[in-house]
Design a protein around this ligand. Structure first.
Ligand SMILES: *[C@@H]1O[C@H](CO)[C@@H](O)[C@H](O)[C@H]1NC(C)=O
Ligand SMILES: *[C@@H]1O[C@H](CO)[C@@H](O)[C@H](O)[C@H]1NC(C)=O
Ligand SMILES: *[C@@H]1O[C@H](CO)[C@@H](O)[C@H](O)[C@H]1NC(C)=O
Length: 656
């Protein structure tokens, strides 16, 4: 049983939110420092930050101080770490039977050492604690002084695959807390006001919730418990957002670069609680309303952003959420750099074509605001076919009962992926129509463990003084005020009837430009609807037919937008990544020292990519697929290597 609240209870809880959300259970270390509602403490905290966080870049420091965000005293290296799907399992036994999830019995099938201390590769077994601990130690010893931030995409607990040892919710929370402590050991400080040396952006995975995949909108005991576990990584301005939705935005380079942690479980097809994003009050749709405000604000500040999440944006998302996502990538092509995802354990990349998205938008009957350039039919390719292929992708991964794909599923997945690459390569006209998402190797040895270091352009970072005023000359509003207004607005959205909400959205389309405007309109709408109810008026009925549908979960269409870091080389353009892997054969069977090795680098052979912009991925997609695909062709050879890396050099691909 989950401990969920009824909607009524939720409302009353929400009223009591500040006090309760910040009520830290006794026994927790340093209980009071995140009490962001205590003005004296906050002031003290900000003074401390001012004293203790000198930055080489004073403008950013001023900005950071103003927004209550800590800035560590570190140079910027132009590199960040992506790590995901750690899945620690305290029940793991070396040499145990993989059919028991390596919990019992003995492994008679494999080499006697293959289910070693560090886990059984290419198996359904989770990660031994040794693997998890030593991975974090290795990262600390080898990468600690060369990265700017960490994106960490969730699933910090064993799978629920052993029916003799079912998981419990307390176990899930404890497992998440243990992994937080490992990050603390590696990157923590002794300073309670700057608890980590660098920003760490966590994410909630589909196995981090109980029962797995199921998440309702908060605040719930669950979301509060996650806040208790992750509060030092979540900006204080967003405690209410996190308690409600378990998503947030972190300024990793204050005033310049941000990472958004998306709660992909609200867009996940397999979450039984949510519907698609076309229902205006669904948690997934609310997340788009939040994103709309946040992205607009980031753009107004000239900032850039990475998206991050657990479940990747494939057909394992609700189709109405997936098409909206592609549309946002396109309309904010000046701001969004790309997406970083986990969940599948397989190293690969996927595309998002805005033309697919706008066909869906048209089908929903949502008003097209400005133009329909991106929907122009593609002369070369049958996009319907392409869309169908994309839909097929990854479907197998979202199966609830059988999280391991069969060999046939994987074979089919990669066949579809190759056709998808080919279609994008041949069919794209403008690279800004295409967005890219990266799906990362896991620590759990489903194949071999691995993680990734991205390198990005920091040329000009020193001179780039972030502005402190909007284009109209007004000073930036603090994020805390923006997010508070956003939360209040979203409460009205949930409270209004669908009819009133439609009316509000039409009014907001022409006159609202900020969270504050939206809140004001929503308050007015709420008052009007209360008055209507009092007077017993039913509201105009039957005017649905022919009415314009305005749905702000779809982005406005921006014709004139400069190309951002994903499309034109500039500050924060991703330049390359280095993929690390752990050769389990070497560690377990040859019993060599535990160490990760470089698996491949995008800047070197065979890929030789000069940067990681959309056009570079489109070109690679072409190299991987076009020109006669025969066993003698170079694209065939390259594709084989691509598959080898996809499964983290575990040689799994030879079975395909
Ligand atoms: C892993 O690390 C944690 C925290 O440092 C420690 O408490 C635990 O004993 C370690 N476990 C193993 C198996 O090394
Ligand atoms: C992994 O290690 C084994 C044993 O040392 C070696 O034979 C194999 O080539 C290594 N695999 C890779 C991808 O380096
Ligand atoms: C990639 O670069 C390496 C060395 O820098 C070179 O030997 C190789 O020919 C290049 N490959 C391609 C396909 O350009």
């Amino acid at each position: 049983m989950t401990r969920l609240f009824s909607p009524l209870l939720l409302l009353s809880l929400l009223a009591a939110l500040p006090a309760q959300a910040l009520n830290v259970p006794s026994g927790f270390r340093r209980p009071s420092k995140h009490d962001t509602n205590n003005p004296i403490l906050l002031q003290h905290q900000q003074q401390q930050q001012q004293q203790q966080a000198p930055l080489q870049d004073t403008s950013a420091n001023k900005n950071a101080h103003k927004n209550g965000i800590y800035v560590p005293e570190r140079p910027i290296f132009g590199r960040f770490l992506v790590i995901t799907d750690i899945h620690p399992d305290p029940l793991y036994e070396a040499h145990a039977d993989p059919d028991t999830c390596c919990h019992r019995g003995s492994n008679k099938k494999e080499h006697p050492l293959s289910t070693g201390k560090y886990g059984l590769p290419v198996s359904p077994c989770d990660s031994p604690i040794h693997l998890v601990n030593d991975t974090l130690h290795w990262i600390k010893a080898n990468l600690h002084d060369s990265i700017d931030f960490i994106v960490w995409m969730g699933d910090n607990v064993r799978h629920d695959r052993d029916r003799y040892n079912p998981r419990s919710e307390p176990e899930i929370f404890a497992a998440n807390e243990n992994v937080v402590n490992l990050f603390k050991n590696a990157f923590g400080t002794d300073n309670p006001y700057t608890p980590y040396e660098i920003p760490i952006i966590p994410n909630i995975g589909n196995n981090d919730v109980y029962p797995h995949n199921l998440v309702v909108e908060g605040p719930t005991l669950q979301s509060r418990e996650f806040y208790r576990i992750y509060y030092e990584m979540v900006p204080p301005s967003q405690v209410h957002t996190f308690n409600r939705g378990m998503y947030f935005m972190t300024e990793v380079i204050p005033g310049k670069l941000a990472v958004i942690s998306i709660n992909t479980l609200y867009w996940f097809e397999t979450n039984p609680i949510v519907d698609g994003c076309d229902r205006k009050k669904d948690p997934g749709a609310l997340q788009f309303r939040w994103l709309a405000i946040t992205l607009k604000e980031l753009r107004a500040r000239g900032m850039k952003v990475w998206f991050s999440g657990h479940v990747p944006p494939t057909s394992s998302w609700e189709p109405t959420c997936l098409s909206r996502y592609s549309a946002w990538l396109h309309e904010y092509r000046d701001v969004i750099i790309g997406g970083l995802y986990g969940h599948m354990n397989i190293d690969h990349f996927i595309f998002h074509d805005v033309r697919d998205a706008y066909r869906e938008k048209r089908k929903e009957g949502v008003a097209i605001t400005h133009h329909d350039v991106p929907i122009d039919p593609n002369p070369h390719k049958k996009l319907e076919k392409l869309n169908a292929r994309q839909k097929k992708l990854v479907h197998q991964f979202s199966r609830e009962r059988d999280p391991m794909m069969t060999i046939n599923d994987k074979q089919e997945y990669f066949n579809n992926l190759r056709l998808f690459y080919e279609d994008i390569y041949l069919g794209h006209e403008v690279d800004t129509n295409i967005g890219v998402s990266h799906i990362h190797t896991s620590i759990i040895p489903t194949y071999f463990p691995g993680f990734r270091i991205y390198e990005y352009d920091i040329n000009g970072l020193e001179d780039a003084t972030p502005p402190s005023t909007y284009a109209n000359g007004q000073p930036f509003r603090p994020w805390s005020e923006i997010f508070d207004a956003t939360e209040a607005y979203l409460q009205h959205v949930k409270h209004l009837s669908y009819e009133d909400l439609d009316e509000l959205d039409i009014k907001a389309e022409s006159s609202a430009s900020s969270a504050f405007d939206l809140l004001q309109l929503a308050e007015e709408q709420d008052e009007m609807s209360a008055m209507k109810k009092k007077k017993g008026k039913k509201g105009k009925k039957g005017k649905k037919g022919g009415k314009r549908i305005v749905d702000p979960t779809w982005p406005p269409e921006y014709l004139e937008v400069e190309s951002g870091p994903a499309y034109k080389r500039q500050l924060f353009t991703p330049l390359s990544y280095t993929q690390y892997f752990l050769n389990m054969t070497r560690i377990n069977i040859a019993e060599e020292d535990f160490s990760y090795e470089v698996e491949y680098e995008t800047s070197k052979a065979p890929y030789n990519m000069s940067s990681l912009m959309a056009k570079d991925w489109i070109k690679l997609a072409g190299d991987l697929t076009t020109t006669e695909f025969t066993s003698a062709s170079s694209s065939y050879e390259l594709w084989k290597l691509y598959l080898h890396y996809a499964f983290a050099s575990s040689s799994f691909e030879v079975d395909l």
